[in-house]
Design a protein around this ligand. Structure first.
Ligand SMILES: Nc1ncnc2c1ncn2[C@@H]1O[C@H](COP(=O)(O)OP(=O)(O)OP(=O)(O)O)[C@@H](O)[C@H]1O
Length: 268
């Protein structure tokens, strides 16, 4: 993974202002098509995201958001097209610890007997070697990550005994402890109250200010301007990739959702 972009990249985004590393997209998806049997979940998806940006992913149920995340992380291999992360294949980026993934809640076994601290420690596995024995540096990174997401007091709780927002923060902490340069979050605001949503939004902004690239799916359209520098409207392929303001224009949302989702009363 190229080193994180330095001060050449503005904290709230903006185009990279030079430097070879800054010209390599953090996430590049080229012509990606994915099928599940006969179902075409993604169809010739194309876009790229520059380092240090927060990009929102918007689309109706079944539009392919989770499939796109799984393809970017390398869990799914596309039938056609390529994904590159900082110039690397997903497999290489994963083994380099460059991708952090916060899955949808339904994908996690919350009954698994593991503490919050241990979940965050999983982010350090790539740093530990085959013995997976935590060293002082690993424990310090976990403690710092827990502090950043304000979960230090709950570190010894079983992971399933957290609230929805706290669970999301635990997984964000795993990505922080890992030192992930690309963070993918699938619906981090689902089942989360406004306060936790604001905490997570502020945290993601800090991570992006530090150079991380954040790609986040959400159904909460009203949260988009505060959350993201740019956004993608997905419906099997990219309908639009622009600023949140542009994406949220009713005519554009109608292209993805087929109705005026922000002002349902005014829908034709
Ligand atoms: N394992 C699977 N086998 C078959 N079809 C699948 C599978 N997973 C997803 N699909 C289908 O692929 C399409 C895209 O699904 P995906 O889960 O990526 O959408 P999504 O945008 O994440 O939806 P949601 O907002 O409901 O989470 C849908 O038509 C879905 O039914």
């Amino acid at each position: 993974m190229p080193s994180r972009p330095g001060p050449g990249l503005g904290p709230t985004g903006g185009e990279p202002r030079g430097g070879a590393a800054a010209s390599v997209p953090a996430i590049a998806v080229e012509n990606v098509t994915v099928h599940y049997g006969d179902v075409r979940a993604l169809d010739a998806v194309n876009f790229s995201i520059a380092p240090g940006r927060i990009c929102g992913l918007i689309g109706m149920n079944g539009s392919g958001k989770s499939t796109l995340f799984r393809t970017i992380t390398g869990m799914i291999r596309p039938d056609r097209g390529t994904v590159t992360l900082g110039g690397m294949t997903p497999a290489r980026a994963r083994s380099a610890g460059a991708i952090g993934y916060v899955p949808q809640s339904e994908e996690v076994d919350w009954a698994f007997p593991i503490s919050v601290r241990d979940v965050v420690m999983m982010g350090r596995y790539g740093h530990m070697g085959p013995t997976r024995r935590a060293r002082a540096a690993d424990r310090a990174a976990v403690a710092e990550a827990l502090e950043r997401v304000e979960l230090t007091d709950l570190a010894d709780r079983q992971i399933g005994q957290l609230s929805g927002g706290q669970k999301k923060r635990a997984f964000v902490a795993r990505g922080i402890a890992q030192g992930a340069e690309i963070l993918l979050l699938d619906e981090p605001f689902a089942g989360v109250d406004k306060r936790s949503e604001a905490t997570i939004t502020a945290l993601l902004r800090q991570l992006a200010d530090d150079g991380a690239t954040v790609f986040v799916s959400t159904h909460d359209l009203n949260a988009l301007p505060a959350l993201a520098d740019e956004a993608i409207l997905l419906m099997r392929s990219v309908i639009m990739h622009s600023t949140p303001t542009e994406i949220l224009k009713p005519t554009n949302l109608a292209r993805a959702f087929g109705l005026d989702v922000l002002n349902p009363g005014t829908a034709p």
